[in-house]
Structures are given as C-alpha cells and as structure tokens.
Design a protein around this ligand. Structure first.
Ligand code: PHE
Length: 455
C-alpha cells in the first residue's frame, strides 16, 4: 500500500490518510445512489433520517473502525486476531467484511462502467444538443445492452486492479488533490445553474421539507444502510486504511471532517439533480438511471456543455475508482496478510473474482434475470438484490459488530489512548463510548426489527 522505510508502510502524511479515506467515502454513493434512493423514498423525511444516522451512528462507528486499525496495525481479519486472540469469534466480523467487499464491488463496478461509457459518449459529442427524451433513450439502451455492460464493467475492473496491484499510494494521492476538488467545483457550477431553473423551489422542498408520504419500513433501513455505504463503513476498509496511520493523528477530528465532506457532496448532488428532474418533468422515482438522465439534460442546454459533461463523468469515474480500490484493497489485504500471497496475485485474483460476480449484475437490465422469474419471485432483479443485502443489511451488521467490539471488548487503556492521542476531541471520549455501547447497537437493532415488521 505504501512505500516507506517501515515494513508495513505508512501514509507519507496525515493528508495521505485523509485523502484516501475521503476518496473511499466520496463516490457513486454520494452522486449516483443517494439522489436516486432519496427520489424513491419521497425525499424530506428520508433525508432527515439519513442525516441522523450519519451523525449518531455512522460517525461514532467510523472513529471506532479507524481506531481498531491503528491499534492493531493490521488489516481487517488479522486485526481482530491481534487484538482479541487467534481463536476469537470476532475474526468472523473481519471475514464478513471481506465477503461484503466482493459483493459491493460486484454491482459498484457496473455503475462505474456506465460512468466510463458516458465519459466516452460525452467526449465524442454524443450528448450535446439532445432532447430530454433522447437522453432518456440513451440510458435505456445502455442499461439493457449486454455487450456495453460487460465491456465497460470489465474495463473499470481492470483500472481498479491496476491501481491496487501497484499499491494505493503510487500517484493516486497526488491526483486526488486536484481531481476531488474539481468534482466539488463542477457540482457547485451545476448548483448555480440549478438555482435558476423553474423546478428549484419544488426540488428544495422535496429534499428538505419534512413530508413522510412515501417512506416505508424499507426506507428507514435504506437510510441506515446508505449511511454505512456512503461512509465506507462496516466492512473493514477504513480499518485497513487506519492501520497505516501515524500515532499522533487526531482520529475523531479527521472522521468528522470526512463525514462532513461526504454529506455536503451528497446533499449538493440532490440539489443539482432534483431541480433538473422537476423542471423537465422526469420521474424522481426512476431509480438507478436518475443521474445518467438528469445531468446530461442540464449540460445539453449549457454553453460548452459537451466539455463540461465529459469532465463531470470523468471526475465521477475517478471518484468511483478511489472508492473501488478501497473495496478491492480489503479483499486483497486478506489474501496478503492471511494467506501470504503477493500483492500482485492477490489483486488479480480478487479482481477476477469480483468480475465474475459482477456478470449477473451487469446483465440485470438486459435480461431482468431468468426472464423476469427471479424478479417475480423475490420482487427484485439481481442488481437490486445484491445491493440490498450488502448495503442495507451486511454493512450495518458489520458496523454493529465493530461498535460492540470497540465498546465492550477492547481494553479501555488501549481504546482511550487511540481516541485521545493528539485529539482536540479528547473531552468527548466518555460521551462517545456511551453512544457506541448503547445508542448505536440499539438503534441498529431497532431499524432491523422495524424492517422485518416487528414494530
Ligand atoms: N463509500 C463509497 C461511495 O459512496 C462506496 C463504498 C462502500 C466504498 C463501502 C467502500 C465500502 O461511493
């Protein structure tokens, strides 16, 4: 992962860690997934619940997850063995994370593949001067095409494997410094544009008004699950990154900064997308295609729109890549640390595994798998099913395990040193511990029970 004189490697600086962790957090979850699930769940109340989940559940767990990594100086499975002993059941928590990393990346890579494809069409001028109807047709054709999905998903996986193969720090850190702020800048530009649209007022009320009409039990668990997904929590990615962090770095402040930035970008994406949706009469509930239809429509009407659309999708690909490598890194680190594989072999084998798993997701649009029979049986296509299991159930479960481990199993001396070292937030230690001991597990359990209809 890193090149330095210590055998495990370490981030060259605190900024290295912050960039990598923020790069993992900020991705398709913010720009693609959050707006479309907000649309599906009716906005308002869903957004509020999501924000509460980030602040009350996500942030405390994020601090805990990074702290385990730094305390153990190991990647996920090995970390639990190091801290709790070799025959501990806690290592299953690390194992769950590895499995979930494969699952998440298997559908993440499909959507990232769409973004790569859109970068190419935009660069060739294929989105310019199109009517909203034509732009919607382009997405429909993309979603249902077998070769397009297979080829672009595979291409994105090749990119991801290439980066993990070389070690995360080689060059990517430098690019992040320029490209991540560029994405923010472009979203800002789109926001300025969106405020002038006729649908802006309606969109604002949709995102921030407290109306509850479309929210179901499934919506509440989706809000919780997405707070984990968007912060990259609960599968050991931040744990692994934390294991390379220097001892003096202030974990609580960094976590708050990352969670804050991630949330700002997600809300910004909504404020860009929904004005377009409402102004052009698109369906806010249309699902995964939302960003691929709305943003091109806005650019099609702007001066230099083709260039800006190309830049936007290219930056989205980059944001997706910095997230995807944190997923593949968890899988690869398992084979490296636990099985003694070389980094190259681990990256390649994990990448191949993910690519195979991605095939049914990539074909979901084309076949609505098994001629729609699966959809009829479980009410979902493969893509949605995997996303639902991984994000809504497995990540919160992993997060709950991490909370329980940190709060109840870790020796207080070790935990408090890790929390307080170099931290401006040292005074919050006791409060954080109470939240992690009681509030977090109870909140997650309550949402799970609510989702299965217990109350
Ligand atoms: N947080 C990433 C995003 O928002 C996705 C991700 C999920 C990355 C889980 C790592 C682990 O796009």
């Amino acid at each position: 992962m890193a090149e330095s004189s210590s055998p495990r490697g370490a981030w060259a600086s605190k900024t290295g860690f912050v960039l990598a962790a923020a790069g993992s957090a900020v991705g398709l979850g913010n720009v693609w997934r959050f707006p479309y699930i907000t649309g599906e769940n009716g906005g308002g109340l869903f957004v509020m619940i999501y924000l509460v989940c980030i602040a009350v559940v996500g942030l405390p767990i994020m601090i805990g997850e990074i702290l385990i990594g730094r305390a153990a100086q190991r990647s996920t499975v090995t970390a639990f063995k190091t801290l709790a002993g070799p025959h501990t059941p806690w290592k299953a928590l690390g194992g769950l994370g590895v499995v979930v990393a494969y699952l998440v990346l298997s559908f993440y890579s499909v959507v990232a593949g769409w973004a790569v494809y859109y970068t190419v069409i935009a660069a060739r001028g294929g989105l310019g001067g199109r009517s909203p109807e034509e732009i919607q047709e382009i997405f429909g054709a993309t979603y249902t095409s077998i070769p397009l999905n297979l080829v672009w998903t595979a291409l994105f996986m090749v990119l991801t494997v290439a980066v993990v193969w070389r070690g995360v720090r080689n060059g990517l850190e430098r690019w992040s410094r320029i490209l991540m702020p560029s994405l923010l800048l472009l979203l800002g530009l789109l926001l300025v544009r969106a405020t002038a649209m006729s649908g802006f007022g309606e969109a604002f009320a949709f995102v921030f008004g407290l109306h509850a009409d479309q929210l179901t039990g499934g919506g509440v668990i989706e809000a919780l699950g997405h707070s984990f997904f968007t912060l990259s929590l609960g599968m050991g990615g931040l744990l692994t990154y934390g294991s390379y962090l220097e001892k003096q770095a202030d974990i609580p402040s960094m976590s708050a900064g990352i969670a804050g930035l991630d949330t700002v970008i997600a809300l910004l994406a909504c404020l860009v997308i929904f004005p377009i949706t409402f102004s052009y009469g698109l369906e806010p509930t249309q699902g995964p295609g939302l960003i691929f239809t709305s943003v091109p429509i806005a650019f099609a009407q702007m001066p230099a729109g083709g260039l800006l659309a190309t830049a936007f999708f290219a930056l989205l690909v980059f944001a997706a890549l910095t997230s995807a490598i944190s997923l593949l890194e968890v899988a690869a680190a398992y084979w490296i640390d636990e099985r003694g594989w070389s980094r190259e072999r681990a990256a390649l084998a994990s990448g191949l595994g993910v690519s195979l798993l991605a095939i049914p997701s990539a074909l979901s649009g084309a076949t609505e798998l098994f001629g729609g029979r699966m959809q009829a049986a479980v009410g979902s296509n493969w893509f949605d099913l995997v996303a639902n299991i991984a994000s809504n159930w497995s990540l919160p479960l992993g997060g709950m395990g991490i909370a329980l481990f940190v709060a109840w199993r870790m020796p207080d001396a070790l935990r408090s040193v890790e929390f307080k070292s170099g931290s401006r937030w040292a005074g919050f230690y006791a409060g954080w511990l109470v939240v992690l001991r009681f509030v977090v597990p109870l909140a997650i359990a309550a949402v799970f029970l609510h989702a299965v209809g217990v109350f």
